[in-house]
Design a protein around this ligand. Sequence first.
Ligand code: ADP
Ligand code: ZN
Length: 314
Amino acid sequence: MDKKYVIGVDLGGTKICTALVKLDGSVVKEYTIPTEAYKGEEVVLNKILSTIDKVIEEIDINEVQSIGIGSPGPLDIEKGLIVYTPNLPFKNFNIVKPIVDRYKIDTYLDNDANVATLGEFLFGAGKGSKNMVFITVSTGIGGGAIINGRLFRGSTSNALEIGHATVMKGGPRCGCGNTGCSEAVASGTAITKRAKEAVESKVETSLKNYEEVTTKEVFLEAERGDRVAKDILNEALSYLGITVTNMANIFDPDKIIIGGGVSQAGQIVFDKIEEEMSRRCLRTIYDNCKVEKALLGGKAGVLGAAALAILENK
Ligand code: ADP
Ligand code: ZN
């Protein structure tokens, strides 16, 4: 039977989102349910299976070519294991086997950053690219790389842990234990943290007018001219620009795609990246490398998982 579809499963700590996707990336049916990780691995596994059941309700399962799963890591993708992750109940849990057993369809697992990279590469801003780096700037900073048209995973599938590249010696402590990681100075979380410190301090800033200040308010007040908000952003985004430039100088990509919540904040993000790129990047690399905003937005998870299903099945 003609294989018209793949299934993408975006497994997150908050929600499980599963989509039936045509090979051209169009979503036919999508279903989202809360993960409720505290209920344990059996319940969450059954939830995953129920989302797959739901999206294939109206089609013949023989039309499904393969299934892709994007999950937070660390994973053992060869064995199909979720090794451990703080926001999911799975510990050394084989997530692929129960799915293959039930549906008899080839199933692939990869971490969420790699999956989002594949999504942008196949269906988004990276279409047609040969060498591309994807950087997501959200709660943390993560990424992936396509080299010669193929995902580069490294030896332990953890390549492109961009968020933990040191960019500021002696900088603030990162969740990983190191100090001065790009994630600790340039992520959405880092910006929020600096803003809260400013609110607690004696300096005068319009950020104090908010009950709860987040990254969004910092962007808003910077645009309105607040000096403190501007300084926080200048500092954070310049480190983001340095991080992007490092990726350009290392990989010599034709495209660097920036996604995640912070990429939605406005042109200033891209202006600051451009400022650091033009100042620091090697000329030949700079002239060839386009920095663009990710296109898949909220669909990055499911479409990425679908892209994994398509590309791994070749
Ligand atoms: P997640 O990390 O769960 O994938 P997001 O990609 O939305 O979630 O990233 C969350 C971070 O991005 C938070 O620090 C949040 O304040 C920030 N963020 C989200 N949307 C915006 C926006 N439009 N402008 C500025 N910052 C944003
Ligand atoms: Zn770190």
